[in-house]
Design a protein around this ligand. Structure first.
Ligand code: SAM
Length: 277
């Protein structure tokens, strides 16, 4: 019998943000794979957990995954943690998880904090849908292209950015998405200097240009305001029917999205056109 791989979420700042189950599992497993063992030791010491730690990070992922797989296949259960939050969310780990799955090893989630979800939950921005796009690219050209790609996104765009690049990133947001684009920046969540900034891109640039920005942050860009559709619902339905190979179901869904209407309304309007087919 193979052991289990537990993917365990750990605090993003405040050490109390860990579940009872996570503490129990971290104490029970044979070994814990962690990004930075010295950093994670502080968390384990806080909970008097004596389980041995082994490093697993982006520079030794490949070779370490072999060793961890051998242990799991020999019947030992392991935990995977990252420096903060939920492993595999913009963190090393997904390759280990996917190799375990391919080898038939059971992978179990032990959920808990994630900076991304914590930021979204307090931002007041729409969360019925959101697009997580990882870290903002470091280089200016790549960053501008990245912003151009997401500037018209109809859902909130969530990303991670480093404090020392925030000002440049905000200047690019003003240039690409406009000075009025609403956004939120959640900084140092659950820590002593926690801050949630909400306002326009221009206001954010002014606010964060006052001095060096410190700490960790999540940047959330409000959805783009969609221009009102110029076609009626029936015209949109007709156009998609003529120009695409989409099924009626997909056409209705797309037109409902474009016109910001319930699918059932658009479905009713589509019935007359379907009869013509
Ligand atoms: N897997 C983690 C999670 O689920 O939260 C995220 C890992 S990612 C490598 C680390 C980034 O998360 C940081 O660079 C920062 O952008 C964000 N982050 C982590 N802790 C944070 C905190 N307390 N407040 C705001 N952002 C945080």
């Amino acid at each position: 019998m193979s052991g289990l791989l537990y993917v365990v979420a750990t605090p993003i700042g405040n050490l109390e943000d860990i579940t009872y189950r996570a503490v129990r599992i971290l104490a029970e497993v044979e070994m814990i794979a962690a990004e930075d063992t010295r950093h994670s030791r502080k968390l384990l010491d806080h909970y008097a957990i004596r389980t041995p730690l082994i490093s697993y990070h982006e520079h030794n992922e490949e070779q370490r995954a072999e060793q961890l797989l051998d242990k799991l296949q020999a019947g030992h259960s392991l935990a995977l943690i990252s420096d903060a939050g939920t492993p595999c969310i913009a963190d090393p780990g997904f390759r280990l998880v996917s190799r375990c799955r391919a080898a038939g090893i059971e992978v179990v989630a032990v959920p808990g904090p994630s900076a991304l979800v914590a930021a979204l939950s307090i931002s007041g921005l729409p969360t019925d849908g959101f697009r997580f796009v990882g870290f903002v690219p470091a280089k200016a050209h790549a960053r501008q292209q990245f912003l151009e790609r997401y500037q018209n996104e109809s859902h909130t765009v969530a990303c991670y950015e480093t404090p020392h690049r925030l000002q440049k990133c905000l200047a690019d947001i003003v240039a690409v998405c406009g000075a009025d684009r609403p956004l939120a920046i959640a900084r140092e969540l659950t820590k002593r200097h926690e801050e949630l900034f909400t306002g326009s891109a221009a206001e954010a640039l002014e606010h964060f240009s006052a001095g060096a920005v410190k700490g960790e942050l999540v940047l959330l860009l409000a959805p783009a305001v969609q221009a009102a559709p110029t076609l009626t619902v029936t015209e949109s339905l007709r156009q998609l029917r003529a120009d695409t190979e989409l099924s009626w179901k997909e056409i209705v869904r797309q037109v409902a999205r474009e016109h910001n209407l319930p699918g059932s309304d658009v479905y009713r309007e589509s019935l007359a056109l379907r009869a013509e087919d």
